[in-house]
Design a binder for this molecule. Sequence first.
Ligand SMILES: Nc1nc2c(ncn2[C@@H]2O[C@H](COP(=O)(O)OP(=O)(O)OP(=O)(O)O)[C@@H](O)[C@H]2O)c(=O)[nH]1
Ligand SMILES: [Mg+2]
Length: 410
Amino acid sequence: MIHIRWRLVAIVGAVVLLVHLLLLSPYLESRPLHEPHGDADAGAQGKPAPVRNELLDLKHPPPVTITVTKDRAPTATVTAFVTGSAQASSPGDTSVASERANAAFVILTRNKDLKSLRETLVQLEDRFNRRHHYPYVFLNNDPFSDEFKEKIASVVSGECHFGLIPHEHWSYPEHINQTKAAEVREDMTRRKIIYGGNESYRHMCRYESGFFFRHKLMEQYKWYWRVEPGVKFGCEIDYDPFVFMEKNDKKYGFTISIKEYAPTIPTLWNTTMDFMKTNKDMIPASNLMEFVTGKDGGYNLCHFWSNFEIGSLDFLRSKEYLAYFDHLDRAGGFFYERWGDAPVHSLGVAMLLNKSQVHWFEDIGYYHGPLWNCPKGKANAKCWCPEEESIEVKNKRWSCTLNFVALPNP
Ligand SMILES: Nc1nc2c(ncn2[C@@H]2O[C@H](COP(=O)(O)OP(=O)(O)OP(=O)(O)O)[C@@H](O)[C@H]2O)c(=O)[nH]1
Ligand SMILES: [Mg+2]
């Protein structure tokens, strides 16, 4: 009897063991030791567990650290994600820090501007360039002092290049009658025309109209941002305007537009019309001449204020723009009148570009005495400038910007 009972226990035990082995067998076959098990939640929900894949991981590389070091200035470190994104960046888009344009700031200045220029650069760095480290090109018709170079380099995070302007770019061309030019200056002084009696101001306007973009130090760049000593930047610039220009096929960017003082440019419009008539093949069918043409068919005096510009150097170096500048230079109005580089650039832009190639940087808070471009409404949240100071609010009648905005796109 006892013998039979032990036999029964042994049979039941064997059956239980067999059932256990059968139930565990799939796991014992498919889970070799040391293999990663994937995501527990995914498994629990019946989704395939993610597989570690080195190739997939390459699409999401770790942050890249670029270290920029330069003489006498603090070492700057940028941490940026390389996304490889082809998306067009736009004002307000903060995801472009890793992308970079071949660009530089360009600043025509004198040693005596050191204090006001430092104030401007500290703002420009704080609002924008401390995250980007774009280089600076400083240009002068006299050599920069060591003090100037040291004190400028110490407040910026980008490489600094200090250049001397070649004499032939800052002097009278042979065809200019200097006696006549001096008489004009005396006459304009009597008539109290602003800067009318100032000789160096004329060389400056001619230089900014036709030469700064041909300086040797500028040759390597495709984009420029013009800055002047004493200007202010009133808002955080949380995207890269150079990259914005490049990606959106823009050629010229401005903040403020205004009407020119007519006695400084009596013959500029007719000289421009002569150029257009004799160079019809250079003028694109779709352009911005409507922006500068008045109801009577003459110049309405509107121009982009050139103390701020973000633009394409290739445009200024184009055969068409250079032909226009040479035509103006031969006519002599930089010295026989007092043509400013702002109306000259603007007429060049108006005849050679279309509206979609020109951009109003409405969102860049910018001051050049006595005018502000200050973002309005929600966009003012990242600014310290009061929006009611903006030219379109405070000095509406002087501004041409809303006319620009209203023009049809090509
Ligand atoms: N190196 C050099 N730079 C000059 C000279 N004159 C003017 N500039 C620069 O040329 C640019 C325009 O000169 P501004 O004096 O600001 O002319 P503006 O903007 O028409 O006049 P303001 O209303 O007085 O600012 C600035 O970047 C100046 O620093 C000059 O004789 N030599
Ligand atoms: Mg100025």
